[in-house]
Design a protein around this ligand. Structure first.
Ligand code: PYL
Length: 269
């Protein structure tokens, strides 16, 4: 999993910028994309004034400057009251509970979770990011029915994305710099196919979920391609951006928004 840097997220607190971009390219807001991760959900999820506590975690490589503040800004933008605890780690969890947080956000170097203190429901960033970017791709494509999607990257997000997309699309292609990883993943599903060569995979697919840290040569991108790209760092050059119809990317907000919706619900699904 690629670790974010404070530079990656320096613009994240200006959530309105991404919101406007999403409205222009997929026709709905950040909250709309997150709400669309819930099967059968119509309209926007109502956070009913839930309160979010964001707890900085100092373990491992420690705190990322701006990370907790970004999660707070995203939570507020979605309609929640939110605060960053003064204390980190266990003290911060205790502080969040004493301040009446309904949902606690916390991330170490391996897991980023949102835990609903009231219902016991929790979401993690890997699953939520896959669901959030699949939601955005679905809104951009119109429908997955009888459609094919290429997933680049058989890592944590890509693996979840392939599993979900295998149930929605007629065919899913998966490619990874580690062919064995892609082949193992494809072998689990009857309608998922491994494409060994990443260039060939990109050149032959119009609908792409890019969950890899690798750069994609714009020469490979098909004109009119629809690309949903959770991968960090951002993978596309000017040529790719000019040829694609849509490229959806942000370092944190779509994942956190999906975490918020998925943990604010009354039951896990
Ligand atoms: C959640 C992000 C998405 C991609 N990579 C993940 C990452 O960078 N994880 C590390 C998060 C560390 C947060 C730090 C803090 O500021 O509390 N412990």
């Amino acid at each position: 999993m690629t670790r974010l840097t404070s530079d990656d997220i320096k613009e994240t607190p200006v959530v309105s910028k991404l919101d406007t971009e999403l409205k222009n390219i997929v026709g709905t807001t950040l909250l709309g994309v997150a709400s669309n991760t819930i099967p059968g959900m119509t309209g926007d999820f109502d956070f009913k004034n839930l309160k979010a506590g964001v707890v900085p975690i100092t373990s491992g490589e420690g705190v990322i400057r701006g990370f907790s503040e970004s999660v707070k800004a995203i939570s507020e933008y979605l309609g929640m009251e939110a605060f960053v605890t003064n204390s980190p780690d266990v003290g911060g969890i205790a502080e969040a509970m004493s301040k009446g947080a309904d949902i606690i956000f916390m991330a170490d170097d391996y897991e980023f979770i949102a835990y609903n203190l009231k219902t016991g429901v929790y979401s993690n960033n890997t699953i939520a990011t896959a669901k959030g970017y699949i939601s955005a791709l679905e809104l951009a494509m119109g429908t997955f029915e009888n459609n094919e999607v290429l997933v680049i990257g058989a890592g944590r997000v890509g693996t979840v994305a392939v599993e979900i997309l295998s149930k929605k699309c007629s065919k899913v292609f998966v490619t990874d710099i580690d062919c064995t990883r892609a082949e193992n993943l494809a072998s689990k599903y009857p309608n998922v196919y491994c494409v060994k060569n990443i260039e060939e995979a990109v050149r032959s697919n119009m609908n792409i979920l890019d969950a890899s840290p690798g750069l994609i040569d714009g020469e490979w991108v098909q004109k009119g391609a629809i690309i949903s790209a959770p991968g960090i760092p951002y993978a596309f050059d000017k040529k790719g951006e000019d040829k694609a119809k849509i490229i959806i990317h942000d370092p944190l907000s779509i994942g956190v928004s999906a975490m918020a919706v998925l943990s604010a619900r009354d039951e896990y699904f």
